[in-house]
Ligand binder design. Structure first.
Ligand SMILES: [Zn+2]
Length: 225
């Protein structure tokens, strides 16, 4: 009989090592976490393997509810993302929704290059719409890497707007629930998160926050990837 090796054995071994280390650090960790989750944050980020949610903000499991898709898009008809937002806001009562873009995003770059990748082109059309909306700002930038960075930032800002316009977020604000929506962009090059300065905590604050965030982009920011 040939020996069957599990191609995922490395991961399974890693899991046991990790759980043993967590248990050694805090013997009640899993017991406590198994009872319930009460995260304060909903993270809507890119599927990119280099941008894991809890790890890069130095938080343990249980602290962040996560939705990830290619290029961190919040589409008004995406039942998956909408359901995640609804569960996070209505059931878990998260206090913050963070849209996390990242510089050098391949999905964003495909839009800029007008590259055909397959079915995902239809999904990335949402990012294409963002690029078209801000085409004058983007075409003014000569370097492609800078253009990529700017579209990554613009995309995060626009997805905050989309998030704020969902019925779940609007209804939460309507009933006085404490909920803020934020835009971040992460640098793969140095591991630093760039707060894009868009913080929306009410229906009325959306438009001023959006305009202020765009203004901030036009000026060179202090932190650049
Ligand atoms: Zn990405």
């Amino acid at each position: 009989m040939p020996t069957v090796t599990n191609p995922l054995q490395e991961l399974l071994d890693g899991n046991r090592r990790w759980s043993a280390a967590m248990n050694a650090a805090d013997p009640t960790f899993f017991e406590q976490l198994a009872k319930q989750q009460s995260p304060k944050y909903l993270w809507i980020g890119c599927s990119d393997s280099r941008v894991p949610a809890t790890q890069i903000v130095d938080l343990p499991p249980g602290e962040i509810f996560v939705q990830r898709n290619v290029a961190n898009v919040v589409a008004h008809s995406d039942l998956n993302c909408l359901s995640t937002i609804q569960f996070a806001v209505d059931v878990l009562k998260v206090e913050h929704i963070i849209i996390v873009g990242h510089y050098g995003c391949g999905g964003v770059q495909a839009v800029l290059d007008e590259r055909r990748l397959g079915l995902v082109d239809n999904w990335l059309r949402h990012v294409g719409d963002v690029a078209e909306k801000h085409s004058s700002m983007l075409t003014a930038l000569d370097l492609m890497s800078v253009r990529n960075a700017r579209l990554c930032e613009l995309n995060a800002i626009e997805q905050v707007t989309n998030t704020c316009r969902t019925t779940m977020v609007m209804d939460a604000w309507e009933r006085g629930q404490s909920l803020s929506v934020h835009a971040w962009c992460y640098s793969l090059e140095n591991g630093h998160m760039n707060d894009l300065g868009m913080h929306v905590d009410s229906r009325a604050s959306l438009q001023p926050a959006y305009e202020a965030a765009l203004q901030r982009l036009v000026r060179p920011a202090v932190v650049r990837p």
